[in-house]
Design a protein around this ligand. Structure first.
Ligand code: FAD
Length: 427
């Protein structure tokens, strides 16, 4: 008889709750990862995120090999893979950490049913967040839809627990199933190396985060986002550390959980406006304009630098993400879903909850969003946050040779956006 630990968005051996409890179970534990064809089939063959997952699994496998074990990597449709596994092994228990995206919730329900019909017991754990689902609610039990009171409640609860418990697994490694499963190459999974790579995270400048985080040329943010997305770092270790180092940085990690609980409580935000009274806005949705935005050819240096950074590296600084998103929705009057989809394709840190949450914030359609009449001026943003033009020159080498004409006049676009929103918002 064996237990399984099923890796998903938690690609690490250290401080991994589900793995900790799996290793404490009475059976040897087979660590498993499934490359799900339902997801992979829609991705380009050089998708950098698949390469990063593969690389993270390879690291886990090396650690496992030192204990006489190895990771079992499968590729296929998840239900089919599990059907085969319960034929092949006497599966007593399956442990995994929860994933709160609507698609994942459905998948996990189906797999749990399948396993339970085989009399395998399933256990799921909160690992991805400090507070999940309905743990932080208003006094009446309803979800918060405004960030600041959510954050205050989050901090109040966190301060009672501080530091949150970490789950060290290394002493339990002898409980892994002894095995020599062959580890597939990226090619065997049907993918290839990407020119784009996930950077290691960098916490050396976090003491000054509150002063430097808005300046894209300073490069002072943590680069944690892809690591949090795939769980190569533990949120508990990070939050315990951040609480001692920098309150503003901690509050960004709370934004992450705020948007996760919004998606969990209001799954319609994936595709629809959180504020349904904004459904009447008449978007222009011009395909040519969209192309110019995607390729970084709007004539606004801050917007173009951001889009080129995204296209070349799979990353964009947060301040610039806010500027390009506002520009698309307000200057070009293109609905946020188009921008959200483009970011989803390109971002290494793409996360459904953070992406829709922030896009809806920029469009004004989200909970606690920027008011519709606030239209960022991309040139003023540039002056404020990249005064010497260091960031824009990095991504627009031709900048000094004279830069193209803006594709829309700011004053005209601003007035047009406000008028369009005003006319479209249902009373
Ligand atoms: P840091 O500034 O070092 O922040 C640390 C961590 O806090 C981040 O890694 C992230 O987990 C969290 N965080 C910071 N800001 C936010 C925020 N506004 N919302 C939610 N979490 C936050 N972040 C994603 O992880 N995935 C996305 O798909 C995503 N899409 C975005 C789309 C738009 C239009 C905008 C404006 C922002 C988006 N963000 C997204 C949020 C933010 O831009 C990135 O998390 C951040 O730039 C990542 O870089 P970092 O790790 O160096 O950030």
């Amino acid at each position: 008889a064996v237990s399984f630990f099923w890796f998903r968005r938690d690609l690490r051996l250290e401080d991994n709750i589900g793995l900790f409890y799996a290793l404490k179970s009475s059976n040897p534990v087979i660590p498993l990862f499934i490359f799900d064809e339902a997801i992979l089939d829609s991705l380009p063959k050089d998708d950098a995120r698949v390469a990063f997952i593969h690389e993270s699994l390879a690291k886990i496998n090396i650690q496992l090999n030192e204990t006489g074990s190895s990771i079992l990597v499968k590729k296929g449709k998840t239900p089919e893979v599990w059907k085969n596994l319960i034929q092949e092994f006497d599966v007593k228990e399956v442990f995994f950490n929860k994933d709160y995206e609507p698609f994942a919730i459905q998948r996990d329900e189906a797999i749990c049913q399948l396993l339970e019909s085989n009399e395998s017991i399933t256990y799921s754990f909160k690992d991805q967040v400090i507070f999940e689902e309905k743990e932080i609610t208003k006094a009446d039990g309803l979800p918060y839809t405004v960030y600041t009171p959510y954050k205050n409640k989050w901090l109040e609860k966190f301060n009672q627990l501080k530091p949150v418990r970490e789950y060290e697994t290394s002493e339990l490694f002898s409980n892994f199933y002894k095995s020599d499963f062959s580890f597939p190459t990226l090619k065997q999974i049907g993918f290839e190396e990407s020119a784009i790579k996930v950077k290691p995270h960098n916490l050396t400048q976090i003491a000054h985060y509150h002063e430097t985080r808005d300046f894209p040329a300073v490069d002072s943010t943590s680069y944690l986002s892809p690591h949090l997305r795939f769980g190569t770092v533990s949120i508990r270790k990070l939050v315990n550390w951040a609480a001692r180092k920098n309150a503003v940085f901690l509050s960004e990690l709370i934004w992450r959980e705020f948007f996760m609980q919004i998606l969990f409580s209001f799954p319609k935000v994936m595709t629809q406006n959180f504020k349904s009274d904004y459904d009447g806005i008449q978007w222009r949705n011009n395909e040519e304009d969209f192309k110019r935005w995607c390729t970084g050819n709007t004539g606004y240096p801050m917007v173009d630098a951001g889009m080129r950074q995204l296209n070349e590296t799979g990353y964009m600084h947060n301040r610039v993400r806010m500027v390009v998103a506002s520009f698309l929705c307000k200057h070009l009057l293109i609905q946020w879903q188009w921008g959200e989809a483009y970011f989803a394709e390109k971002l290494l840190d793409y996360d459904l909850s953070a992406n829709v949450g922030n896009w809806q914030w920029a469009a004004g359609t989200g909970c606690d969003a920027a008011p519709y009449f606030r239209v960022f001026n991309p040139d003023i943003q540039l002056k404020k946050f990249d005064e010497k033009g260091i960031y824009i020159r990095k991504w627009i080498p031709e900048f000094d040779l004279g830069y193209g004409q803006p594709m829309v006049d700011h004053a005209m676009a601003r007035d047009r956006a406000i008028a369009t929103y005003k006319a479209g918002i249902l009373k």
